[in-house]
Design a binder for this molecule. Structure first.
Ligand SMILES: [Zn+2]
Ligand SMILES: [Zn+2]
Length: 393
């Protein structure tokens, strides 16, 4: 019997996302995350991993830290029969996000168990303990693997600048771990990220500065922290919040305190009249059409595909003096659809402003993590390419 669990990185660690990490002992093979590469071709096949995506002795289990594509994107390529674990709310959000866009929830996703903060799962001679952490995806986890008396902590994606207490998470993590596998998205950047609460103040002052003029927010449809931040700021100044069918469905799936149509001042709208989108919209009793939207001061969550809709809406109410708030990773600005959308917004006289903070670990977060866990060895994964260092998601 070997006395060390073996660790394999099925993706180069110097890859922006796309983590697929294997921990192997004599009796078990456990996979952490099965993501697509953010910078690869969109339909690129998964890498050859026998027993995970291709024929071979099936891996023992797959654990998915969160629902972002670069961690969960290949969930439907996992060979049948392999047990998959992820957060319960995360799975519900992923399902709602896919279905609202007319895509079936991945067929291959046979989620056999849900991760719960601190609840250990045993797979052969490996035990896996998830720790709930803060990230720009709800219900995200760090994963601790223990075997042969060794401890390996994989951070997934995390941050210390969200609404969840980072010190509370640190206090739960073990000390003196053998290997720390951590995300390095912001590696090399000295910038310390704003907190989500600071961002709320920035949004509020932007809303007040624009008086009653339209404000649009371009952000990820699964970034529910940002929805909460915008909602809190909007409530303080009497703006209604408008969410499209995708964001409305995702917020509904998250449940709890996440603002969604039916909450005071939150309404669904649809950017297109096509049958599927309208069918999703109809589930929400609190919804507004263009004419009603134009009557009130509002903040509307938009996506880069909504340029044509904004043109039509601008015929109902002037956008002069309004703003488009860019509230997502700056790297997306280079994508042709986003560029076109920003051009459309400018032609409609919206001023683009930037209010965003990262979902990833800044230098302070990394330092505190290392001080707490005192790793004997460390491996950085999930690093941004050199020309695109900055905030992601
Ligand atoms: Zn990621
Ligand atoms: Zn992520």
């Amino acid at each position: 019997m070997s006395n060390e669990p073996e660790v394999y990185y099925h993706r180069e660690p110097e890859t922006l996302g796309g983590n697929i990490i294997e921990i192997k002992t004599d009796t078990a093979r456990v996979i952490f995350d099965c993501g697509t590469e953010l910078e690869g071709a969109p339909d690129a096949p998964p890498p050859e991993v026998p027993g995970l995506f291709t024929a071979g002795e099936p891996v023992s289990a797959v654990f998915i830290t969160h629902y972002h594509q670069d961690h969960a994107g290949f969930i439907d390529k996992i060979i049948p029969g392999v047990p998959v674990y992820m957060g319960k709310k995360a799975a519900a959000i992923m399902k709602a996000y896919n279905e609202a866009q007319g895509r079936d929830f991945p067929e291959g996703a046979r989620i056999c168990g849900f991760l719960k903060d601190g609840a250990t799962v045993t797979v052969g001679d490996i035990t896996v303990t998830p720790f709930l952490c803060d990230h720009s995806a709800a219900d995200s986890y760090m994963l601790l693997a223990e075997a042969y008396g060794k401890r390996i902590l994989y951070t997934g994606d995390f941050r210390s600048n969200g609404r969840k207490s980072f010190p509370a998470l640190l206090s739960k993590l073990p000390r003196d771990i053998d290997l720390l596998i951590r995300e390095g998205t912001l590696e090399g950047s000295a910038r310390i990220s704003k907190t989500e609460r600071e961002l709320e103040k920035d949004f509020l002052s932007e809303f007040l500065r624009r008086e009653g003029k339209p404000v649009f927010v371009l952000s990820s449809s699964t970034n529910l922290d940002r929805l909460v931040t915008v909602y809190k700021a909007a409530r303080k100044c009497g703006r209604i919040v408008l969410t499209d069918p995708v964001l409305s469905s995702v917020a509904e799936a998250a449940g709890g305190k996440i603002p969604r149509p039916g909450f005071p001042g939150v309404y669904a709208f649809t950017p297109t009249g096509n049958g599927r989108t309208y069918a999703v919209l109809k589930r929400f009793k609190s919804r507004l059409g263009k004419a009603r939207i134009a009557e009130k001061p509002f903040v509307m969550f938009v996506r880069a595909s909504m340029g044509e809709y904004l043109k039509k809406l601008s015929e109902k109410t002037s956008f002069e003096g309004g703003a488009l708030v860019y509230s997502t990773w700056e790297g997306y600005e280079d994508e042709p659809q986003v560029k076109d959308f920003l051009d459309t917004c400018a032609s409609l006289r919206l001023e683009t402003v930037y209010i965003h903070t990262s979902g990833h670990a800044d230098a302070n977060a990394v330092k505190a993590l290392i001080e707490r866990t005192r790793p004997r060895q460390a491996q950085i994964v999930h690093t941004a390419p050199k020309d695109k260092k900055g905030d992601r998601k």
